[in-house]
Write a protein that binds this ligand. Sequence first.
Ligand code: SF4
Ligand code: FES
Length: 223
Amino acid sequence: MDTVTLQIDGHTLTVPAGTTIWDAAASIGITIPALCHDPRMAPVGVCRLCAVDIGARTLVAACVRACEDDMEVHTSTEQVVDDRRTLLELLLADYPEDSRREAATGDDELLALARAHGIEAIPYPDGAIGQPRGEDHSSAVIAVDHQACILCDRCIRGCNALQHNDVLTRTGKGHTTRIAFDLDTPMGESTCVACGECAAVCPTGALTNRALAGLQLMTEEQS
Ligand code: SF4
Ligand code: FES
């Protein structure tokens, strides 16, 4: 088996060629923050929270960047942490003030990372642009708050790659980009089988179990 030998935060390790920096760090007990990455799914590298310093011109995303021989990786320098904090502030700029997930189960990963980086309030309170992205209350099981979606793609990969239901995708462009069900039908009218995987893997308040959130099923007119 081909291997590469590198250093992560001063620790020397040898890993199989093709191993990502994120996985290599995890193998020696170093946790690199992540929002879009879930080890059960193929990484997509869209949130950049896992940024690390490898001495290159820019920081790199550890969840998608493969280890290389003689690489020197630094996972938590002042610059790395500052850049992650800025990323979090930008993600939070148009986030709802009350995360449905945080209120229901206290496990909003975006808010937890924000707190860990010293962000106590929603930054840039006037930063939201455009129209609110709306909600979808057509499903009896899951409530959708598009405004809380950070487009991490975890629900899409969970639906398609883990559960093989192939219901979820993306639609729109720019600020109006959002997740969609089938050919952009309301969730409750789509081919969703209500397995709950999307809500289970969502790191924000965008997809929440209605019962846990204490939400009644809305009528057709309300949804
Ligand atoms: S709904 Fe949740 S899991 Fe899906 S893309 Fe948005 S934030 Fe990610
Ligand atoms: S966790 Fe690596 S880019 Fe999102």
